[in-house]
Design a binder for this molecule. Structure first.
Ligand SMILES: *Cc1c(COP(=O)(O)O)cnc(C)c1O
Length: 355
């Protein structure tokens, strides 16, 4: 069935292993983040087998599915909890990331009702401007949370490289470590977790620049695609092709490279421009914006280039291919994060797990 996304669980496991071993050299343990796989139990199992110490996901339904499949926790809810889900949060997750005192209190009450202990990691915003307390709010917030009995203070953390694209540095992660020491002094609690971000921080492991005191990272993309996410450097010993997207060719024909006629707007309301490369051999694959993010696909064969796409059609320039493709052939692509996320969530893309 095409389009088809093949995910190789052995390669995911090897990638998780490469990253957990690299992290361990710095005293850092890894939370394997499954959200880009839609909380797939296969992905979670591969990450667990590769040595991650906990599983993180942004959605409770994903955590419920992985738990039901018997994947051992602990589980971390990595999106700020919804107040309306407080009871489910403490039932399904062992840890959650929080940035609102009202939510922390609601989780405390829910954990009390359920008779469980839930662990909270307070997020601090160090400039990326997504979630987190401001620096000057963090210590008072931690002091308040430290008084809770059922949803207890387990750590602090930061998220970078997301909304603002802010890079982790010795300055901002050094600030996180400093805040951790201040929280420990103010509360008398030794923090279990000082979480220094996501796959964007792997570069600091590669360079040996991660500040001492960071002991936890939340890693999704690095495991799944094998690269850190600032300069997209490959991670040593990791596979860059654990995920392959395949689409079937439905037309092959030689055509001009510039459309014929008056150019108005394309299907998405943009006015396209074209450079004349003469006549091209072009292939159409049966995949489009309903399945993936076409611009985020890299053809495995370097002789193929992506010209564009509409909802259901992907246009390729195959002029440089030594052997011209035929209708019915299958073309392989390596997805970037956006293309992978969309392929995982699209009901039109068949998912094939290999072990
Ligand atoms: C998605 C997410 C991660 C994982 O990010 P990757 O870049 O995939 O490693 C970590 N933490 C939070 C809060 C996230 O939302």
């Amino acid at each position: 069935m095409f389009p088809q996304l093949e995910i190789d669980a052995r390669k995911l496991k090897a990638n998780a292993q490469a990253i957990t071993e690299l992290s361990a050299r710095f005293g850092v343990s890894v939370c394997g983040v499954t959200k880009v796989t839609c909380g797939s139990p296969e992905a979670a199992r591969a990450m667990r087998d590769g040595g991650v110490m906990m599983i993180g996901d942004s959605r409770l339904e994903n955590i419920a599915r992985m738990r039901a499949a018997g994947i051992p926790g602990p589980y971390m809810l990595i999106r700020l909890p919804m107040l309306s889900q407080a009871d489910q949060v403490v039932e399904l997750a062992d840890y959650s990331l929080v940035s609102e005192l009202g939510t922390a209190r609601a989780l405390d009450r829910a954990a009390g009702r359920a008779g469980v202990t839930h662990k909270l990691v307070l997020m601090v915003d160090l400039g990326d401007l997504r979630e987190g307390f401001w620096e000057d709010e963090l210590v008072p917030a931690a002091v308040a949370v430290a008084r809770q009995e059922h949803a207890v203070l387990a750590g602090i953390g930061v998220n970078l490289c997301c909304y603002g694209g802010v890079c982790p540095t010795t300055a901002n992660l050094g600030c996180l470590v400093q805040l951790a020491r201040e929280v420990e002094q103010a509360t008398g609690i030794t923090l279990e977790i000082v979480s220094g971000g996501n796959s964007g921080t792997i570069g600091m492991l590669l360079d040996g620049t991660l500040p001492a005191g960071i002991n936890h990272l939340r890693i999704g993309e690095g495991i799944v695609l094998g690269r850190e996410t600032i300069a997209r450097r490959p991670i040593p010993d990791a596979n860059l092709d654990a995920c392959v997207l395949r689409a079937e060719v439905i037309e092959v024909r030689e055509k001009p490279s510039v459309p014929i006629g008056v150019i108005g707007q394309d299907v998405f309301g943009n006015t396209p421009t074209f450079v004349d490369h003469g006549r091209q051999r072009r292939a159409i694959c049966a995949i489009g914006h309903q399945d993936t993010v076409p611009a985020n696909l890299t053809p495995v064969d370097p002789a193929i280039s992506v010209l564009g796409a509409s909802s259901d059609h992907l246009l390729l320039d195959v002029t440089a291919m030594a052997v011209q493709p035929q209708v019915g052939d299958v073309i392989e692509f390596l997805p970037g994060y956006a293309a992978l996320l969309m392929a995982m969530t699209s009901p039109y893309v068949a998912k094939l797990w290999t072990r």
